[in-house]
Every structure is written in structure tokens, then in C-alpha cells.
Design a protein around this ligand. Structure first.
Ligand code: HEC
Length: 104
């Protein structure tokens, strides 16, 4: 895992910190790998999307393709995440989870 990716996530979260005044978001564990889509959601997405910084994204039947697109490309206040930050497998997993198509 490329540690150069960490400041970018942290930077995105600084914006959230400014808005939410909350604690820093957790990053992938020491192996540098996310374990599941749920972990990505809980530690990255949920930081904004469960706190009111971003809109609620679960339970809305958002298409997984759309979720993957937004995560890779960003959208206004939504930061983009590179494959070095969230790899394709984990992105697919979190997109399925958020879309409601699959848990984990
Ligand atoms: C730093 C805060 C932050 C993080 C972290 C974050 N988001 Fe977002 N996200 C936002 C904000 C703010 C918006 C609303 C953007 C706008 O419309 O201006 C958004 C929008 C979205 C949307 C579009 C929602 C809609 O109503 O169309 C999706 C999908 C989304 N985020 C998915 C994710 C996923 C999946 C993750 C985790 C990999 C994630 N986001 C992480 C802040 C964040």
C-alpha cells in the first residue's frame, strides 16, 4: 500500500473536520488493506455520510455503478478516491453494500 495516498484521504477529511468538528477518520489497518466493504463504509464513507457532512447514501437504491463512479471521480464536496486508496475490489464491495445489493 502506498503511504503517499494517506495525506489525500486526510485532506478530504480536513474539510469534513472543519464542517463537523469531529475526530479524524480511521485509515486501513497496518497491513494497508481494507478487510471488507463494510469496513470501508464504516471508516471512510460513514465518516461523512453518517454524520450529516454528506447526504445519506444507504437505503436509497443508488445503483452500484453510480456509487463507484462518484467515489472514483468525486462530485463537488465529495472527494475522489484513487485505486491506491480504495482498490477496485473494495470499491465494488462498498458499492454493493451501499446500493443495498449485498451486505459485506
Ligand atoms: C470527506 C467527506 C466524504 C467522504 C469521506 C465520502 N463522501 Fe461521499 N459525499 C460527500 C459529500 C459532501 C457529498 C455531496 C456532494 C455534493 O453533492 O456536493 C457526497 C456524495 C456522495 C454520493 C452521491 C450521493 C447522491 O445523492 O447522489 C455518493 C454515491 C457517495 N458520496 C459515496 C461515497 C462513498 C461510497 C464513500 C466511501 C468510499 C464516500 N462517499 C466518502 C462527502 C464524503
Amino acid at each position: 500500500m502506498n503511504h503517499a495516498s494517506i495525506p489525500r484521504i486526510a485532506y478530504g477529511c480536513l474539510a469534513a473536520l472543519a464542517l463537523a468538528g469531529a475526530a479524524p477518520v480511521a485509515l486501513a489497518d497496518s497491513s494497508g488493506k481494507w478487510q471488507s466493504g463494510k469496513e470501508v463504509y464504516d471508516k471512510v464513507c460513514g465518516y461523512c455520510h453518517e454524520s450529516g457532512v454528506g447526504p445519506v447514501i444507504t437505503g436509497r437504491d443508488l445503483p452500484a455503478d453510480y456509487i463507484r463512479y462518484v467515489v472514483r471521480h468525486g462530485n463537488r464536496a465529495m472527494p475522489s478516491f484513487r485505486p491506491s486508496e480504495i482498490d477496485d475490489d473494495m470499491l465494488a464491495a462498498v458499492a454493493r453494500l451501499v446500493s443495498g445489493k449485498q451486505v459485506q
